[in-house]
Write a protein that binds this ligand. Structure first.
Ligand SMILES: [Zn+2]
Ligand SMILES: [Zn+2]
Length: 343
């Protein structure tokens, strides 16, 4: 085995380079992972454009990745060598009450995230804490798991907003996570699932995944559509993260409805009529990561209840990273979810 490997390094706004670097050695309670697939996420595009508040160059991006355990540090079970694993991206202090209950995304010592403010998975080898790992079932592809946070984060949203059988669910935004949420809402027994977005390729996939209605917001008005429907949704998930869409979610929600904030806002969400919360007695929730939800997600993938492969529209090799990112930025209609695949 060579002592070096390739890694993608972000060196500042619009500047991405593929470099050769030393393969790291795993510290105690860490493992060396041979990466087989790494997702390219909307969050990464924020980082590369310099608009992510927690990311500073130089950085190896990649908070979504899966691979094989290649070496182990002291204190790690030898049986893990060769295991097919995915890794959560949040690195917690391990001591606060959030870390002890698998909610490292809320760590009291501050958020440390692989690929965001510590070097991540856009590389052939990296070391990660053993407690971040989860096992991948034999019949699940590395590529599907490499799709990353479009798997566990939508599940966190769906669990947090508590979808009951017979609920009407509206999802605002047509990102890849929304396409997973549709499937999860269906599994929860939602009576009707409606998605609003504007990218045709994603909206037709939404129909394949069981959405009852897709609303192209460039052509139709979601508020008008709901009022013509004659009944309002019990659950609305905002997967965009703009004041306008959150306001829309509160407007269309049924009395005593549940509204969930999932889309990443670029800053404070201002000018929303929050009085609606009171008048309609709405419950508002939010979620970010979900390290504890990987095992149930793996179970759903393994049993075929959750489909990810159709969402992965583009696969790239790590050495073509700069061109891949350029392509993704230039083709937002074509690309749904892209990933890097490694040998
Ligand atoms: Zn902590
Ligand atoms: Zn992500």
């Amino acid at each position: 085995m060579s002592s070096t490997c390739r890694a993608v390094v972000w060196k500042g706004k619009g500047h991405l380079e593929v470099v050769e670097r030393q393969i790291p050695k795993p510290d105690p309670k860490m493992v060396l992972l041979k990466v087989r697939a790494a997702g390219i996420c909307g969050t990464d595009l924020h980082i590369l454009s310099g608009t992510h508040p927690h990311a500073h160059p130089p950085l190896v991006p990649g908070h979504e990745f899966a691979g094989e355990v290649y070496k182990i540090g002291k204190g790690v079970d030898k049986k893990l060598i060769g295991a097919r694993v995915g890794s959560d991206s949040y690195v917690g202090c391990g001591e606060c009450m959030y870390c002890r209950s698998k909610k490292t995304q809320l760590c009291e010592k501050g958020t440390r995230e692989l690929g965001v403010n510590i070097d991540g998975g856009w590389t052939e080898y990296l070391t990660v804490p053993v407690e971040n790992l989860y096992l991948i079932p034999e019949n699940v592809d590395f590529t599907d798991v490499g799709a990353g946070c479009i798997l566990n984060c939508p599940m966190a949203a769906v669990e947090s907003v508590k979808i009951n059988p017979s609920d009407m669910v509206v999802i605002i935004g047509d990102g890849p996570s929304s396409l997973v949420m549709i499937q999860l809402a269906r599994l929860k027994g939602a009576s009707k699932v409606i998605i609003a977005g504007h990218r045709e390729r994603r909206l037709s996939l939404a129909l394949e995944f069981g959405a009852d209605h897709v609303i192209n917001t460039y052509e139709n008005d979601l508020i008008e559509f709901i009022s013509e429907l004659g009944s309002a949704p019990q659950v609305v998930i905002d997967a965009v993260g703009k004041a306008e869409t959150v306001g829309m979610a509160l407007t269309i929600a049924e009395r005593e409805g549940r509204v969930h904030l999932f889309g990443l806002p670029e800053g404070p969400l201002n000018n929303i009529s929050m009085d609606i919360l009171l008048w309609k007695e709405i419950t508002l929730t939010g979620s970010t990561g979900a390290p504890g939800l990987w095992p149930p997600v793996m179970e759903l993938l393994s049993r075929g209840y959750l489909k990810v492969a159709p969402i992965i529209s583009h696969r790239f090799r790590i050495e073509e990273a700069p061109k891949a990112i350029e392509f993704i930025n230039d083709n937002p209609k074509q690309v749904i979810k892209a990933i890097f695949e490694m040998q």
